[in-house]
Design a protein around this ligand. Structure first.
Ligand code: NAP
Length: 303
């Protein structure tokens, strides 16, 4: 099946292009980006032109940041193409409701991806937790924004979500593996005095689960979820890729390279079956943190 990629930047080049090149399901048939391109693939700077020039491209995958993504997403659905969205699926929840309705009205598929849910040990963690009671939990998601997001000013603009850009990955795993639903009960957000989005956040959820998200972590980086249950202690490390039970490694792999191939495999299946997969639960937790959170002003952030 032919697919187009829109927004040829960091994640498109790091993950989407290699995943599509290795996929038995997809052929990358066009790109849309003002500056970015992929060698050997027809490149457009304008989405509407690409859609008009390539009616045979049935699916479009958007790798733009969340704020500019909505207009592009509407154009793709109105043109009757299936749509795959990077996380977070929108700048607001209501945008994604609009897209879901639009996809339905045009009879095409919509997939709001959560790449971290495809990490190696997430399925095994979910199975282990299925019949256990959650007693408490701790998410520690601390990374260096300068190292992972160089030059990405949008991340601290309104709608860029700041530390929730990576933090929502942790919440996407949490909401996937838990046998119960969780809701946010309190939040404290640290905004640099020269920025519009938080650089750190401490969150409390039901079931005694707490989260510590920080974009200022130098040295070792941490992407861990730990859960205490009525029958043992689970730790997912490396962004959901390694699983420990009661301190002993029981599963996973020390690599993140399987996530995007798995996303495109799922998209192929959705298209073949004429289905959509739209899940907003991680984003509801983030939106509630902005609604309920106590706001602190902290030191200015300079990239
Ligand atoms: P990026 O490199 O900053 O942006 C991707 C591309 O989008 C840019 O190269 C640019 O292409 C286009 N773009 C940027 N700002 C735009 C604007 N205001 N209007 C129109 N086009 C714009 O971002 P990214 O890191 O790839 O992230 C994109 C999405 O993927 C985000 O939602 C992010 O959360 C998600 N994601 C990122 C990572 C990661 O490690 N970076 C990992 C997983 C998921 P042109 O200038 O060529 O048009």
């Amino acid at each position: 099946m032919k697919i187009a990629l829109v927004g040829i930047g960091k994640i498109a080049l790091d993950q989407h292009v290699p995943a599509l090149a290795a996929s038995p399901d997809w052929e990358l048939a066009a790109t849309v980006s003002r500056r970015g391109r992929v060698e050997g693939v027809p490149a457009f700077a304008d989405l509407d032109r690409m859609l008009a020039a390539h009616p045979e491209i049935g699916t479009v995958s958007l790798c733009l940041p969340p704020v500019p993504r909505f207009a592009a997403a509407q154009a793709v659905l109105r043109a009757g193409r299936n749509l795959m969205l990077e996380k977070p699926p929108g700048a607001t929840l209501a945008e994604v409701h609009v897209l879901r309705d639009l996809a339905q009205a045009h009879g095409v598929g919509l997939y709001t991806t959560w790449h971290s849910r495809m990490a190696h040990a997430v399925g095994q963690a979910k199975a282990w937790l299925a019949d256990r009671d959650i007693r408490a939990g701790r998410i520690t998601w601390r990374e260096d924004v300068r190292r992972w997001h160089p030059g990405q000013d949008w991340i601290f603009d309104p709608g860029g979500m700041g530390v929730f850009d990576p933090g929502i990955n942790a919440l996407s795993i949490l909401t996937e593996i838990l046998p119960v639903s969780v809701h946010l009960t309190a939040a404290e957000l640290d905004f640099p005095r020269n920025r519009q989005a938080p650089i750190a956040a401490r969150l409390s959820f039901s079931h005694g689960i707490a989260a510590d998200l920080d974009f200022r972590q130098e040295g070792p980086q941490t992407w861990d979820i730990e859960l205490r249950t009525d029958a043992g202690h689970l730790a997912l490390r490396m962004g959901g890729n390694l699983l420990e039970i009661d301190g002993r490694r029981v599963g996973g792999e020390d690599s993140i390279m399987g996530e995007y191939p798995a996303l495109y495999h799922r998209m192929a299946r959705l298209v073949r079956e004429g289905k959509s997969d739209v899940d907003l639960t991680p984003m509801v937790l983030v939106a509630d943190a902005f609604v309920l959170g106590r706001r602190n002003t902290v030191e200015a952030f300079e990239p």
